[in-house]
Design a binder for this molecule. Structure first.
Ligand code: AQP
Length: 331
């Protein structure tokens, strides 16, 4: 059976990179798969969090996902810490994963920079928890942005080693689903770094909660070069900011880079940017409206998350029991 699992951190607003790289695929996959979507609060505390802000962030992320089109009657939507199998399986898999494998994770190296020794052990081991998130449900497909490719390969390696070590076929090897023309949305201020919630500059990203005016201003001020758009994709080589904006237009209009360049090739950014801003505002305005309607109803959001956690536990608990028997635990 095909089963989809994916997660998102409740730290800060959902941005256009999260939406186009991952969430939009989450929504379409609900029609074809058995889907489990998780607000990953255990991952969030790998960096220090204010408890009040985290609690509110979990609800707000749930509201943002519902506003984006996740249907809690079809997909399972819950927060990670409410299902104990995640942390428990992570421990077992921590004993399967090798230190050398984690040492190769580029995201840790990039984010830790020179302060490797000052990072939490949890932040270092984060990709093992991510493997547990997926494998606790025997998920077969994981829709993610391009930045998560290496972590997905690690999850496959961990699943394969566990199966081999114990001579079982307990875990399927999960497939990443990385699709669409915007699998890696870049910062509006620097076309070589990814759009990210933790970028200190709000001008670097489009938040799903931004007003139409804020979107228009951010696109207007987005960094670009002085050349007009080329009429073919090859002409975007070495122009990361132009490539990013063209990719966004393609993703938001459900078309391809070639289509966008056919329509806008030869235009300067003074002409292209307002067209892009208009398309972006039309795509995001309904989501933003629904989000504002949902975010204030904490009781309703908590009820949706609790129901999702019960459904998730009903799938993960038997898998965990199978793991217990396989490794030789008495219970
Ligand atoms: N720029 C991006 N382009 C395409 N996809 C992206 N994703 C994140 N940034 C981009 C995808 O969004 C999903 C959820 O992300 P997450 O919040 O759990 O993880 P993240 O990669 O840590 O997101 P951020 O914005 O970069 O947060 P910070 O700055 O806090 O680290 C994932 O599928 C991810 O691929």
């Amino acid at each position: 059976m095909n089963r989809v699992f994916s997660g998102i951190q409740p730290t800060g607003n959902l941005h256009l990179g999260n939406y186009l790289g991952a969430i939009r695929n989450w929504v379409t996959m609900q029609d074809a798969y058995d889907c489990i979507y998780c607000v990953v609060d255990l991952h969030a505390i790998t960096n220090r969090q204010d408890p009040k802000v985290l609690r509110q962030g979990i609800r707000e992320m749930a509201a943002a996902l519902l506003a984006s089109g996740i249907d809690p009657d079809r997909a399972i939507l819950f927060n990670q810490s409410a299902v104990h199998a995640h942390a428990e399986l992570a421990w077992v898999l921590m004993c399967t994963a090798r230190v050398g494998w984690l040492d190769r994770m580029t995201q840790f190296k990039d984010r830790a920079g020179k302060d490797r020794e000052g990072q939490s052990v949890g932040f270092y081991a984060y990709p093992v928890l991510q493997a547990a998130d997926i494998l606790a449900y025997k998920a077969t497909h994981v829709p993610v942005g391009d930045d998560q490719k290496q972590h997905l390969e690690l999850a496959r390696d961990i699943a394969a080693k566990f199966n081999t070590d114990f001579g079982v076929a307990l875990f399927p090897l999960p497939e990443p689903v990385i699709r669409g023309p915007a699998t890696r949305v870049m910062s509006l201020r620097d076309g070589t770094s990814k759009m990210s919630k933790s970028d200190p500059s709000d001008a670097s990203r489009i938040n799903l909660t931004d007003t139409a005016d804020a979107i228009a201003q951010k696109i207007k001020r987005a960094r670009t070069d002085a050349e007009p758009l080329p009429s073919e994709a090859a002409g975007l080589a070495g122009r990361p900011e132009a490539a990013n904006l063209v990719g966004l237009m393609a993703a938001l209009t459900d078309s391809t880079i070639a289509d966008v360049l056919r329509d806008h090739g030869g235009h300067g950014f003074g002409q292209f940017k307002p067209a892009l801003a208009d398309v972006m505002v039309s795509a995001l305005a309904p989501i933003s409206r629904r989000f504002n309607d949902l975010r204030g109803d904490s009781a309703a959001l908590d009820a949706i998350l609790a129901k999702g956690a019960a459904r998730a536990s009903a799938i993960a608990d038997p898998v965990l029991a199978e793991v217990h028997r396989t490794v030789g635990f008495a219970s």
